[in-house]
Design a binder for this molecule. Structure first.
Ligand SMILES: Nc1ncnc2c1ncn2[C@@H]1O[C@H](COP(=O)(O)OP(=O)(O)OP(=O)(O)O)[C@@H](O)[C@H]1O
Ligand SMILES: [Mg+2]
Length: 289
């Protein structure tokens, strides 16, 4: 039977080798349970990293329930859905936010990543490759709810930033998500961030529990990226539609984010090998579809 994907593979191979100048690190931000703080974390982390010289973009992968634009108080003209529907390129859908970060909003339609066709997923991957040279890090905020497409996409990323709160339900759901990503064939480096902790030691307790069961049952070693304390500054910032690192630079939450950003930047440098970054994502995509 002829392989219908072969022309695509040839096209992607050509673009990988000839057209992509740089190679961003692609990080999936995900949780099992919804509402644990992913969007606030990725936005404020991006701003903190930008302040330290990183070139960062955020893709709001929460199609239909776009939150980044609301958290920033901005109304971009285009959304990720416009990109997926081939109305515009990802590079042109990017909107500049504070401190020179760039983002694409998820859009306000009633669609989910799971509703996207193979063709649309392919387009997403190709478009990510096109912007690769512009950024050091590209975060995809996956929003709540997931299925096969999202688990596969997460698994194709270089890194999975798994966000949870210390609640047993959130920990159980984080475990379930990780299991799905692994079952979908992905094996991204996984880093855990525990949000809304009363104390750092409560965060350490929660992360130890999850690390233990993940190691025991999924045979995966998971790093801890850090802890974010419960802080009313987060809620005030959401209400003001201003990221807390900007509106409340002295807050506890901002200080936690500074430590988290430090951990991001202090991670072992990644060899610029073929196996890393969005170029590698394209290569993995070729064998996946
Ligand atoms: N560290 C914190 N301290 C206090 N409140 C917090 C903290 N982190 C998050 N919150 C609260 O949780 C709410 C949800 O956060 P956020 O929208 O970032 O979660 P999410 O995981 O992106 O949600 P979804 O799964 O719906 O995408 C915030 O609006 C805020 O009220
Ligand atoms: Mg969100």
């Amino acid at each position: 039977m002829p392989d219908q994907a072969e022309p695509l593979r040839q096209l992607v191979r050509a673009s990988v080798d000839d057209q992509i100048a740089g190679n961003s690190r692609l990080i999936a931000v995900a949780s099992g349970k919804g509402g644990v703080g992913k969007s606030n974390i990725v936005l404020n982390l991006a701003l903190t990293l930008a302040d330290r010289g990183s070139r960062v973009a955020i893709i709001d992968g929460d199609l239909g329930f776009s939150n980044l634009d609301i958290l920033l108080g901005l109304r971009p003209q285009y959304s990720l859905q416009d990109v997926l529907d081939n109305r515009i390129g990802l590079a042109d859908a990017l909107t500049e936010g504070p401190r020179g970060i760039w983002f694409v909003s998820g859009g306000g339609g009633e669609t989910f990543m799971e509703d996207q066709s193979n063709w649309q997923l392919r387009r997403l991957v190709e478009q990510l490759a096109e912007i690769s040279g512009r950024f050091d890090r590209v975060y995809i905020d996956f929003g709540a709810g997931f299925g096969r497409h999202t688990a596969e996409l997460m698994g194709l990323c270089d890194e999975l930033l798994l966000v949870t709160t210390p609640e047993p339900t959130a920990l159980a759901d984080a475990y379930a998500l990780l299991k799905l990503v692994l079952q979908a064939g992905g094996a991204p480096r996984t880093r855990l961030l525990v949000n809304r902790v009363a104390t750092v030691s409560a965060g350490m307790d929660a992360s130890r529990k999850l690390q233990l069961i993940v190691r025991q049952f999924l045979r995966l070693d998971m790093d801890v990226l850090g802890y974010l304390l419960e802080d009313a500054a987060v809620q005030r910032a959401v209400a003001r539609q201003q990221p807390f690192v900007l509106s409340e630079p002295q807050s506890l939450a901002t200080r936690c984010l500074a430590q988290i950003a430090k951990n991001v930047l202090c991670e072992h440098p990644i060899e610029p090998s073929e196996r890393q970054g969005i170029k590698a994502l394209l290569r993995r995509f070729i064998t996946w579809r």
